[in-house]
Design a protein around this ligand. Sequence first.
Ligand code: NOJ
Length: 748
Amino acid sequence: MKYIRNLFLLAVAVVAVSCTTGQTTTTVGTSTEVEKKVEQLLGKMTLAEKIGQMNQVSAGGDVSNYAESLRKGQIGSILNEVDPEKINAYQHIAVEESRLGIPLLVGRDVIHGYHTIFPIPLGLAATFDPELVEKGARIAAVEATAQGTRWTFSPMLDIARDPRWGRIAEGSGEDTYLDSRMAVAMVRGYQGSSLDETSMAACVKHFVGYGAAEGGRDYNSTYLSERQLRNIYLPPFEAAIQAGAMTLMTSFNDNDGVPSTANAFILKDILRNEWGFDGLVVTDWDSMGEMIDHGYGLDRKDVAMKAANAGVDMDMMTFGFLSHLEELVRSGEVKESTIDEAVRHILRVKFMLGLFENPYVDVEASQAVQYAPAHLEAACKTVEESVILLQNDGTLPLQADRIRTILVTGPMADAPHDQLGTWAFDGQKSHTVTPLKALQERFPGKVVYVPGLQYSRQERNRFDDVVAAARRADVVLAFLGEEAILSGEAHSLADLNLIGSQSALLAALKATGKPVVATVMAGRPLTIERDLPNCNALLYAFHPGTMGGPALANLLFGDANPSGKTPVTFLRTVGQVPMYYSHNMTGRPYRGEKMLVDIDQEAGQTSLGNTSYYLDYGAYPLFPFGYGLSYTTFAYSDLTMDKDVYPVDGTISVSFMLTNTGAYDGTEVVQLYVRDLVGSLTRPVRELKQFQRISLKAGESRQIRMELPVADLAFFGLDGTKKVEPGEFHLWVAGDSVSGEPISFQVR
Ligand code: NOJ
């Protein structure tokens, strides 16, 4: 099946006015028309012009630097230019002054918003709200395309089970199903339901396995079996491609010795032949050149040959294609048909985006949509849904009328750049609303600000100034965490405790006896176990973006009720890595044995139980996947299934009662998990198969029904094929990945 072409059938030729932007949509034609145009253009191109299309360069300088190359048709795409006037100038040379007038595809890392910055992707995943995430991606596309970016290098679909890896911030966390749902939402949002001038081609990355870097050190090797790839790492990519993702990026890592940029098994056999992808494959930044450092190629000519033959269409910043493909075709080491196929992939995307019809940006109009009030409002709502309440002794929500003085403290209380998180190139800190600013606006005259620590890594022994201010306050709001620079690409950490003297600051505040509410802003799940006793309540905000301040103020004071859930397991200590909820069943599962501190000195080794756990840290994380509290409480009851036995092509219908048993209206993320009891392979203890956000008034009960196709239980088993293996299963419906009582069913 040809997914992109299918998507394109939806984008039939219409000229309409977009409701969000007022921009006019472009007439782009049907799929067959595009294919015709691609072939016609390809037929006119010289080999050099074809190879030129396969070359992507980074701009960010004087337009004249690339003028000559553009005239010669040696550049197919630029990245990192966001000035609409410069983009027009580049396009002008490409379109008006090159022989064939092929427009450029302009790319940018628009990862969690363009100007209006949303929470980092890990925070987006914590919402468990694909519709809202789609809306955010649409907003990012509207803002970015208005300024000339028609291609984003997002979504990042790398499953990450190691919080040391800095890029865990950029993905949806540890779970294949949640990641797949977010992938589809983002692709739809970026590209739009039909293609028009606000469509920004999505680029799913990094293909594949990059998040499994050994030791959590970025760029490191991975060792994923084909089974792990197929069952865990590949499904989000397949889902995104089925949803119409137009482009894909290869990853930096080598998997089991083969760098992704030259891995024909994943780029051809799986991506093209099994999945029918006919979009554009781009390398990561110089990942072709880096194959020389990997020891996988002699020189740039050698790696260009390997990448082209493995199925790469476009070279980001190695210049290996531009410099060597012509001679490689002449020598027969790369076939011209390979080049033709690559150029088809590139031209198809350009035609589909309507670039030939309208390559230019309306400079006058490009500012109007940036930071639009509706965009800021959506960003604020997204933060409210993304923040996770991890601890609360009843201190939250705060009652504003009972508070005269609020102490705001901590290095993240007023960090307008850092709360934007990693990869927020275009978000301007002047537009960020920090918690301090939001609280000062909301409670004029009530807020006292003593930062305590200027930045997270600062070391201090005494906190006399903060402690004195805390003694005079009714409540202490401590904003802790890590700055944007401590996560993201190439920013891995080996120690995941709160950095610097932040834990000491929190302990000093708690010692005053005043109520202390901690809010942690970070790019990853930090190991915060030692900090929990030092606060009455703790909110966890993966870097929340432009509107972090107002959203947090709403949550702290009860105008919004937390509903975020952990998209990744929170560890007690970094030594537990990797620990994730959907691990396979072991032969000796932990059965509650004692830990080192409890062991009787006299006890012999056999009394330790001989099961799978750490003597010092046990078997459990600090907070499991899917976990998050609310100001209210929810009870699940009457879980039933419509049958005991299902055929492989059947649908399971589950129903249960959900009751809001607390005093506040709230939203619960209901999660459906399954265990396949016996398989041709050992199977995960639980796998998330569905979720739904359900809002209930205080005291309200509702009967909820969830339908699960039995086909969703399929996996790649011992024989390498994907199918449902008949047998017995357990099913849970619960508010996290460890709660609830299972019910059994069979598939026959
Ligand atoms: C390198 C990163 O790995 C990738 O995610 C990004 O899209 C490119 N650089 C372009 O900036």
